[in-house]
Design a binder for this molecule. Structure first.
Ligand code: C2E
Ligand code: MG
Ligand code: MG
Length: 574
């Protein structure tokens, strides 16, 4: 009995020790990160420890249970996981693999270690399972940033260029074509200005998402910058062509984009296409050329598609050359002023002159403002040129007034960029002061484009100038957007009817109807009217008959340098 009791106590003590040990293992395993799968080769027995249940809702009790485990894992990772879990067969001691658990999208790492007994036979195996999802996402995020554009989810520029290089390499081997399309949202600035940058981003994002649908085997798309996107098509003669993509874009943008603030925005796009091998063999050049064509599309009124060709590149090179020469001309002050007289229709008396700048280049050739003013407006040199024009014309006027002894009006063309300068009013008043010219003798000609950008700010500035007594006239009326409703809000004195109306007024009855209604409206609003580009006597007679106040045109005088104009004045005044 006592022997039995002794054995029992011993057993109890051993059991307690064992369960304490087991408890210890459990505590250790629980406090470790992840879960453990233990396998005893001797007993052919599996046990799971630690946080196994956080990952799987089943236990591993025998080999058959591995089938369930495999089913949880994403297909591409199964083979490697199987190899790692049944490691002892290979004789390796340890191995690691990662896999994606399908339903829950978590990444698990399986680190396996096999222990061997003294005879070299495998005795135990421990599989340590850890959740590495966070780490993987971080890596993925870094990878994402390297290849994708954050805003749109399309490829970024760098990666796009790399892929395009691949396309070109393949195309060289297979004698294929690669099309590169540059897609630019028209007047995107207006969306940004009107609705804010966030809504601009929203639009770019939505448009980018739409372009993403085109990305397939032979099509890649990227967000180049701001509102500009690029698509490359390998073998455009195949299933996709630039025209086809353009057609689908146009179909989409027929409907407005609904932005997150509830507003709806309708857009148009300008698209330029450059193709390998015709345009270039270089990925970067193809991208640049496609963008160059977009400038052309924009210049032709936006909302269209064009293909790159050699003359476009020539024009561009010429304009770059023109720009360089223009910068030099600004430094050298290679400009001269011409003046064109304006006469009252009723009595043919001089109303004033319009100051028109000319660029006299190094060879003495005169370059027309129609050629260089747009370039100067683009690169900002219109500001120094414009300042020179104002100073020169006011100085000339002061001289003439003393010479002839009576006042008239000096009309000066002013560009949008000049109005936008903070110091414009101060500058102008300073010049008038310096030459002792009264503000009422000066008229500023503005075009509608000045107003489109920032109607309120510009009208405010014009109002200020008019308070000083300066006259304001609206130039080239009828060529811009000419919304009649804004006319009555404009602080102007004079409206100049564009030459294009005068050109056809005698031959086209509908032009006559329009011209007459413009004049009626001008009268009703109390403005003065000037007809530009009058070349024929019959035009003059007609305009006089329908009540146009002032005539300007070759019929009565071309723009001339001051000395020649003085001769005419002297003749007509004597
Ligand atoms: P604009 O202000 O509408 O000037 C009238 C243009 O029509 C002038 O061309 C003038 O020479 C031309 N013109 C006048 N009468 C006739 C005519 O009977 N027949 C024909 N065929 N043309 C006539 P120009 O001098 O070449 O100037 C072109 C444009 O360049 C001007 O159009 C104006 O927008 C701009 N511009 C000229 N000078 C300046 C300037 O100093 N500053 C700015 N910002 N722009 C200027
Ligand atoms: Mg003008
Ligand atoms: Mg004009």
């Amino acid at each position: 009995m006592s022997e039995f009791n002794y054995q029992l106590d011993l057993l109890k003590a051993m059991n307690q020790k064992l369960s304490e040990k087991e408890r210890m293992y459990h505590v250790i395993c629980d406090s470790a990160e992840g879960a453990f799968l233990y396998f005893s080769f001797r007993k052919n027995q599996f046990s799971t420890l630690g946080h196994w249940r956080e990952f799987f809702d089943f236990e591993i009790r025998d080999v058959a249970d591995f089938q369930r485990l495999m089913e949880e894992v994403d297909e591409p990772y199964r083979q490697e996981l199987r190899r790692v879990l049944f490691l002892d067969k290979t004789g390796e001691e340890s191995a690691v693999t990662e896999c994606l658990i399908r339903e829950r999208r978590i990444w698990l790492q399986f680190a396996v270690k096999v222990y061997y007994d003294d005879s070299g036979a495998p005795s135990d195996k421990v599989v340590h399972v850890t959740n590495i999802t966070r780490q993987r996402f971080k890596d993925e995020e870094l990878q994402y940033m390297a290849y994708y554009d954050n805003l749109t989810g399309l490829y970024n520029r760098n990666y796009f260029v790399r892929l395009l290089c691949e396309y070109l390499k393949n195309a060289a081997e297979t004698r294929n074509i690669v099309s590169v399309m540059n897609i630019d949202i028209d007047e995107f600035n207006k969306v940004n200005d009107r609705l804010g940058i966030e809504m601009g981003d929203d639009l770019v994002q939505q448009f980018g998402l739409f372009l993403k649908d085109f990305c397939q085997d032979n099509v890649i798309a990227c967000h180049l910058h701001s509102d500009v996107f690029c698509i490359a098509i390998y073998d455009p003669a195949g299933t996709r062509t630039a025209e086809e993509i353009y057609r689908q874009i146009r179909e989409r943008i027929r409907d407005p984009f609904r932005l997150s603030n509830g507003s709806e925005v309708k857009i148009t796009v300008s698209v330029g296409v450059a193709e390998y091998p015709e345009a270039s063999h270089s990925a970067l050049e193809l991208i640049n050329y496609a963008e160059l064509v977009v400038y052309r599309v924009k210049a032709l009124g936006r909302n269209g598609i064009q293909y790159f060709n050699a003359p476009i590149l020539d024009d561009f090179i010429n304009s770059v050359e023109l720009e360089t020469r223009l910068k030099q001309a600004v430094t050298n002050r290679d400009f001269i002023m011409y003046y064109q007289p304006q006469y009252y229709t009723g009595n043919r008396r001089l109303r004033g002159v319009e100051a028109l700048v000319r660029w006299k280049d190094q060879d003495g050739e005169l370059i027309s403002p129609g050629t260089f003013i747009p370039v100067a407006e683009k690169n900002g040199s219109i500001v120094p040129i414009g300042k020179w024009v104002v100073e020169e014309s006011v100085k000339q006027y002061a001289r003439w007034r003393t010479q002839f002894g009576f006042p008239f009006i000096m009309s000066i063309n002013i560009s949008a960029l000049q109005y936008k300068k903070e110091d414009f009013v101060d500058f102008l008043m300073g010049v008038l002061n310096r030459y002792q010219v009264h503000p009422s003798e000066i008229e500023l000609e503005i075009t509608e484009t000045v107003l489109i950008d920032d109607f309120d700010a510009v009208s405010e500035r014009l109002r200020l100038l008019r308070n000083f007594g300066i006259r304001v006239s609206l130039d080239d009326f009828g060529t811009g957007f000419s919304s009649l409703s804004y006319l009555k809000k404009l602080p102007i004195d004079t409206l100049k009817i564009d030459k294009s109306f005068i050109d056809t007024v005698m031959t086209d009855p509908s032009t006559r109807v329009i011209t007459e209604s413009i004049l009626n409206m001008v009268k009703a609003l109390g403005f003065e009217s000037i007809a530009e580009g009058v070349e024929e006597e019959r035009q003059y007679k007609y305009l006089q008959a329908i009540g146009c106040d002032v005539i300007q045109g070759y019929l009565f005088g071309k723009p001339l340098p001051p000395a020649e104009l003085e001769k005419i004045f002297a003749g007509s005044l004597s």
